[in-house]
Design a protein around this ligand. Structure first.
Ligand code: SAH
Length: 225
């Protein structure tokens, strides 16, 4: 299945809002670290419901910003969730960004970068569309150290990159970014039931759930163009 087909069906079944609810637990902390100033132009790579751009607009009075997604349905839904004219949504591919050089001050991406089939090429594209000194905030929940996320690949037909922390930093540098920060942000909000409740439909053991959410959570890598 293509990215478009896979994620169109997610959007049609309401998974866009479901992801927003779950990802917000850690995304809000990562977003709060972005050095965004009023008027800044933001690109949201793999925007889903577009919540990140709505939040940055509310908190920082951002300028003309764009949410790009490979799924037309995701972009269509995201458009319907805000009537703010400074935020645009469009269908497009990470590998061929339809923007001029130096078009953005910052790029945000949550739970999307690992779908890149040619990740270095995507990073080079991001560096091209960022102004010098602009940042790329790359947040992922699926990564090597978070072992209890590895099985996600079994339920999706698109090949997912499973890099470790060092591989993210190395790839950023290969594409010409300076790595300003890397951190993991635990999910403190998801409820972890008592030991007696396991196994559940989704979790073999309480330890697995603790490892996934409280130990690892979201890996954030920050590159500066
Ligand atoms: N950032 C949102 C959505 C994450 S789901 C959130 O945090 O909830 C990942 C999104 O990336 C999907 O909507 C999917 O359509 C998009 N995507 C994956 N590969 C892509 C590609 N190569 N080009 C453009 N979009 C892509």
């Amino acid at each position: 299945m293509s990215v478009q087909e896979e994620f169109d069906s997610w959007a049609e079944s309401g998974k866009d809002r479901g992801m927003e609810d779950r990802h917000w637990h850690t995304a809000k902390h990562a977003l709060a670290r972005m050095p965004v100033e009023a008027g800044d132009r933001i690109l949201d790579l793999g925007t889903g419901s577009g919540y990140a751009l709505r939040a940055l607009r509310d908190t920082h009075d951002t300028g003309r910003s764009v949410g790009l997604d490979g799924s037309a349905e995701m972009a269509h839904n995201a458009r319907a969730y805000t009537d703010d004219p400074s935020i645009g949504f469009l269908q497009g591919d990470f590998h061929h960004l339809p923007f001029a050089d130096d078009s953005f001050d910052h790029v945000w991406s949550m739970e999307a970068f690992y779908y890149a089939q040619e990740p270095i090429a995507v990073l080079e594209e991001l560096r091209r569309v960022l102004r010098p000194g602009g940042t790329f905030y790359c947040a992922v929940n699926y990564f090597e150290e978070s072992v209890h996320t590895h099985e996600w690949q079994d339920s999706i037909s698109i090949e997912m990159l499973r890099w470790d922390r060092g591989q993210y930093r190395e790839a950023f540098r290969t594409a010409g970014f300076a790595v300003a920060e890397q951190d993991t942000i635990p999910d403190e909000e998801v409820e972890i039931p008592p030991a007696e409740a396991f196994p559940t439909e989704q979790w073999e053991s309480r330890e697995a759930m603790v490892d996934r959410y409280r130990t690892w959570g979201t890996l954030l890598t920050v590159g500066v163009a």
